[in-house]
Design a protein around this ligand. Structure first.
Ligand SMILES: Cc1cc2nc3c(=O)[nH]c(=O)nc-3n(C[C@H](O)[C@H](O)[C@H](O)COP(=O)(O)O)c2cc1C
Length: 322
């Protein structure tokens, strides 16, 4: 990748810094996205942003409401997460389509597609004039090249150091980023374990053109995660993480410890935990012990809850020194 291509990320997205705040279910809402975008990165709304227990509202209307709230705070670019199931499930496709249409109607400038590569959805995003950022859960040079062929503007290479659902092949950020960066001509963002300027410098040294960060933005004032979750992140270390199934880790909440014992240590136990609900209960509800707290392995680098703009500035400092 040439220097011009590296610089292109900010230009493509219309932002100051090549830092994308990763979408996170429930907890990446309008306050966080607006704060990151106002500070010069790209804020991205996660699935179920703005969720209110018991409220009767369609997913489309809730997303439009969140985008409207972002627009009350900033007119800078903002993105929306689009979840794509691999292999053409009709209901999932309709859901993704309606998310893209609501994103466009609400003034989003980018869609971050996670999961499968779905040409019909990618085309719709481009047709609506939004940037197409593609993040397979398990990136490899084949799906990266395919995403580029299908018109992706930016590809996200996620390594196993990440929070959220982990790549299924166990490949870490240091291994996957250079492998993908040398197989594409579009810019690559590094994701997984990047919490400060040192992580950004390392990502750039590996050939990434920018970074895609989730966990660092959880411990910010504007993130919709509950205060106890934020405290727990500041208090814990990466070594405290429990592997609760093949693709998920959690800080040692009561729920996670129970799941760890039941699902992980007993032979024949179910292979996976319902991440979305467990995450909602642990991170968005009022008590982390009721669910899981999913974070990256580099949380030793997070010691306080700060304004999102400060977290962004710290990451952005990595570009200066590179
Ligand atoms: C609590 C949590 C929830 C997440 N939920 C989503 C999600 O709904 N959609 C998605 O595309 N990625 C999700 N992710 C993954 C992030 O988008 C991103 O890839 C990852 O957090 C980057 O790694 P980092 O946490 O090491 O910065 C989530 C991550 C976390 C930590």
């Amino acid at each position: 990748m040439t220097d011009t291509q590296k610089k292109n990320v900010a230009k493509i997205l219309g932002v100051e810094y090549a830092v994308v705040q990763a979408p996170m279910a429930y907890i990446a809402g309008h306050r966080l996205a607006a704060a990151v975008s106002s500070a010069g990165g790209l804020g991205v709304l996660g699935p179920n942003a703005g969720y209110v227990e018991g409220e009767q509202i369609t997913t489309r209307d809730r997303l439009l409401r969140e985008l409207h709230r972002v627009r009350e705070l900033t007119d800078k670019p903002v993105g929306v997460n689009v979840v794509l199931a691999a292999g053409g499930n009709a209901a999932a496709l309709a859901y993704a389509k309606s998310t893209v249409l609501a994103a466009a109607d609400g003034g989003a400038t980018a869609c971050v597609c996670v999961g499968g590569l779905v040409p019909e959805i990618f085309d719709l995003i481009k047709e609506k004039g939004m940037n197409l950022i593609v993040r397979p859960l398990t990136p490899d040079s084949r799906n990266a090249r395919r995403a580029e062929e299908l018109g992706a503007d930016i590809f996200v290479a996620t390594g196993c150091d990440a929070g959220g659902v982990l790549p299924a092949n166990g490949v870490g950020t240091f291994s996957i980023v250079p492998a993908i960066a040398s197989s594409l001509s579009i810019p690559v963002l590094a994701a997984g374990g990047i919490n400060d300027r040192r992580g950004v410098r390392a990502a750039l040294a590996l050939g990434a053109a920018g970074v895609f960060c989730g966990t660092r933005f959880i411990a910010t004032e504007e993130c919709a995660a509950n205060a106890k979750t934020k405290e727990l992140i500041c208090k814990c270390r990466g070594a405290d993480l429990l592997v609760i199934d093949d693709t998920k880790r959690s800080l040692p909440t009561e729920f996670a410890a129970e799941v760890y014992v039941k699902h992980r240590l007993q032979p024949g136990a179910p292979a996976s935990v319902d991440l979305v609900h467990a995450l909602r209960d642990g991170m968005y509800g009022d008590n982390p012990d009721k669910g899981i707290v999913s974070v990256n392995t580099a949380i030793d680098l997070i010691s306080s809850v700060v304004p999102a703009a400060q977290a962004l500035q710290e990451l952005a400092a990595g570009f200066e020194a590179a």
